[in-house]
Ligand binder design. Structure first.
Ligand code: CMP
Length: 138
Protein backbone atom coordinates (compact mmCIF):
# COMPACT_ATOMS: atom_id res chain seq x y z
CA UNK A 1 0.00 0.00 0.00
CA UNK A 2 1.08 3.62 -0.56
CA UNK A 3 2.55 5.19 2.57
CA UNK A 4 4.31 8.39 3.62
CA UNK A 5 7.04 8.40 6.27
CA UNK A 6 8.96 11.09 8.13
CA UNK A 7 12.74 10.88 7.78
CA UNK A 8 15.20 13.03 9.70
CA UNK A 9 18.84 13.30 8.75
CA UNK A 10 20.14 14.02 12.23
CA UNK A 11 22.71 16.69 13.17
CA UNK A 12 25.60 14.24 12.75
CA UNK A 13 24.56 13.55 9.14
CA UNK A 14 24.34 17.27 8.33
CA UNK A 15 27.68 18.04 10.02
CA UNK A 16 29.39 15.20 8.18
CA UNK A 17 27.88 16.34 4.84
CA UNK A 18 26.19 13.01 4.19
CA UNK A 19 22.75 14.39 3.27
CA UNK A 20 23.24 14.16 -0.49
CA UNK A 21 24.47 10.58 -0.35
CA UNK A 22 21.61 9.47 1.87
CA UNK A 23 18.95 11.32 -0.14
CA UNK A 24 20.43 9.71 -3.23
CA UNK A 25 19.82 6.23 -1.82
CA UNK A 26 16.14 6.98 -1.27
CA UNK A 27 15.77 8.46 -4.75
CA UNK A 28 17.45 5.44 -6.37
CA UNK A 29 15.18 3.13 -4.39
CA UNK A 30 12.21 4.83 -6.05
CA UNK A 31 10.57 6.89 -3.32
CA UNK A 32 8.91 10.19 -4.14
CA UNK A 33 10.07 13.21 -2.15
CA UNK A 34 6.90 14.98 -1.03
CA UNK A 35 8.44 17.51 1.42
CA UNK A 36 11.95 18.64 2.36
CA UNK A 37 13.51 21.26 4.65
CA UNK A 38 16.57 22.18 6.69
CA UNK A 39 15.74 23.32 10.20
CA UNK A 40 16.99 23.42 13.76
CA UNK A 41 14.58 21.73 16.18
CA UNK A 42 13.22 23.79 19.06
CA UNK A 43 13.17 22.09 22.47
CA UNK A 44 9.36 21.83 22.12
CA UNK A 45 9.61 20.06 18.75
CA UNK A 46 12.25 17.68 20.14
CA UNK A 47 10.09 16.88 23.18
CA UNK A 48 7.10 16.20 20.92
CA UNK A 49 9.10 14.04 18.53
CA UNK A 50 10.70 11.95 21.30
CA UNK A 51 7.76 11.87 23.76
CA UNK A 52 7.89 8.07 23.99
CA UNK A 53 11.48 8.27 25.32
CA UNK A 54 10.70 10.85 28.03
CA UNK A 55 12.14 9.66 31.36
CA UNK A 56 14.62 7.22 29.85
CA UNK A 57 18.26 7.56 30.96
CA UNK A 58 19.42 8.67 27.50
CA UNK A 59 16.61 11.24 27.03
CA UNK A 60 18.44 14.43 28.16
CA UNK A 61 21.44 13.65 25.94
CA UNK A 62 19.10 12.80 23.06
CA UNK A 63 17.33 16.18 23.32
CA UNK A 64 20.67 18.03 23.58
CA UNK A 65 21.99 16.20 20.53
CA UNK A 66 18.96 16.62 18.29
CA UNK A 67 18.59 20.37 19.06
CA UNK A 68 22.30 21.23 18.86
CA UNK A 69 22.49 21.96 15.13
CA UNK A 70 20.31 21.68 12.01
CA UNK A 71 18.63 18.54 10.69
CA UNK A 72 17.13 17.77 7.30
CA UNK A 73 13.49 16.69 7.54
CA UNK A 74 11.72 15.01 4.65
CA UNK A 75 8.61 13.08 3.77
CA UNK A 76 9.12 10.09 1.49
CA UNK A 77 6.16 8.48 -0.22
CA UNK A 78 5.87 5.12 -1.96
CA UNK A 79 4.67 1.52 -1.61
CA UNK A 80 5.36 0.30 1.96
CA UNK A 81 7.56 3.36 2.54
CA UNK A 82 7.56 3.02 6.34
CA UNK A 83 8.90 -0.53 6.42
CA UNK A 84 11.22 -0.11 3.43
CA UNK A 85 12.87 3.05 4.79
CA UNK A 86 13.48 1.32 8.13
CA UNK A 87 15.03 -1.64 6.34
CA UNK A 88 17.36 0.73 4.46
CA UNK A 89 18.30 2.49 7.74
CA UNK A 90 19.26 -0.68 9.61
CA UNK A 91 18.89 -1.26 13.38
CA UNK A 92 19.06 1.60 15.93
CA UNK A 93 22.41 0.38 17.22
CA UNK A 94 25.01 0.77 14.45
CA UNK A 95 26.95 -2.15 15.96
CA UNK A 96 24.05 -4.38 14.85
CA UNK A 97 23.57 -2.65 11.48
CA UNK A 98 24.86 -4.66 8.51
CA UNK A 99 27.03 -3.07 5.83
CA UNK A 100 24.77 -1.87 3.04
CA UNK A 101 22.35 -0.23 5.46
CA UNK A 102 22.65 3.51 6.14
CA UNK A 103 23.65 3.08 9.79
CA UNK A 104 25.85 0.12 8.86
CA UNK A 105 27.71 2.23 6.33
CA UNK A 106 27.94 5.60 8.14
CA UNK A 107 27.49 5.21 11.92
CA UNK A 108 29.43 3.69 14.82
CA UNK A 109 27.52 4.60 18.01
CA UNK A 110 23.85 4.60 19.02
CA UNK A 111 23.83 8.24 20.20
CA UNK A 112 24.91 9.43 16.73
CA UNK A 113 23.07 7.09 14.42
CA UNK A 114 22.58 9.45 11.46
CA UNK A 115 18.90 8.98 10.67
CA UNK A 116 15.36 8.65 12.00
CA UNK A 117 12.43 7.02 10.20
CA UNK A 118 8.85 6.63 11.45
CA UNK A 119 8.13 3.17 12.87
CA UNK A 120 4.38 2.87 12.13
CA UNK A 121 1.56 4.59 10.22
CA UNK A 122 0.40 6.27 13.46
CA UNK A 123 3.94 7.55 14.20
CA UNK A 124 4.35 8.74 10.62
CA UNK A 125 1.15 10.78 10.74
CA UNK A 126 2.06 12.28 14.12
CA UNK A 127 5.69 13.03 13.17
CA UNK A 128 4.94 14.51 9.73
CA UNK A 129 2.66 17.05 11.46
CA UNK A 130 5.52 18.16 13.76
CA UNK A 131 7.65 19.23 10.79
CA UNK A 132 5.29 20.10 7.95
CA UNK A 133 2.02 21.93 7.41
CA UNK A 134 -0.58 20.55 4.98
CA UNK A 135 0.49 23.11 2.35
CA UNK A 136 4.10 21.96 2.56
CA UNK A 137 3.20 18.39 1.54
CA UNK A 138 3.45 18.52 -2.23
P1 CMP B 1 15.91 6.63 17.23
O1 CMP B 1 15.38 5.23 17.32
O2 CMP B 1 15.83 7.36 15.98
O3 CMP B 1 15.19 7.49 18.37
C1 CMP B 1 15.62 7.43 19.72
C2 CMP B 1 17.08 7.63 19.75
O4 CMP B 1 17.69 7.65 21.00
C3 CMP B 1 17.75 6.48 19.03
O5 CMP B 1 17.47 6.61 17.66
C4 CMP B 1 19.20 6.72 19.43
O6 CMP B 1 19.84 7.65 18.57
C5 CMP B 1 19.07 7.39 20.79
N1 CMP B 1 19.60 6.55 21.85
C6 CMP B 1 20.65 6.86 22.59
N2 CMP B 1 20.88 5.91 23.51
C7 CMP B 1 19.94 4.96 23.33
C8 CMP B 1 19.64 3.72 23.98
N3 CMP B 1 20.37 3.26 25.00
N4 CMP B 1 18.59 3.01 23.51
C9 CMP B 1 17.84 3.47 22.49
N5 CMP B 1 18.08 4.64 21.85
C10 CMP B 1 19.12 5.38 22.27
Amino acid sequence: KMESTLVLLKPDAVRRKLCGEILSRFERKGFTLTALKLLRLTPAMAASHYQEHSGKPFYPALIDFITASPVVAMVLTGPDAIKLVRAMMGPTNPVAAPPGTIRGDYATVMSENIIHGSDSPASAQREIAIYFSEQELI
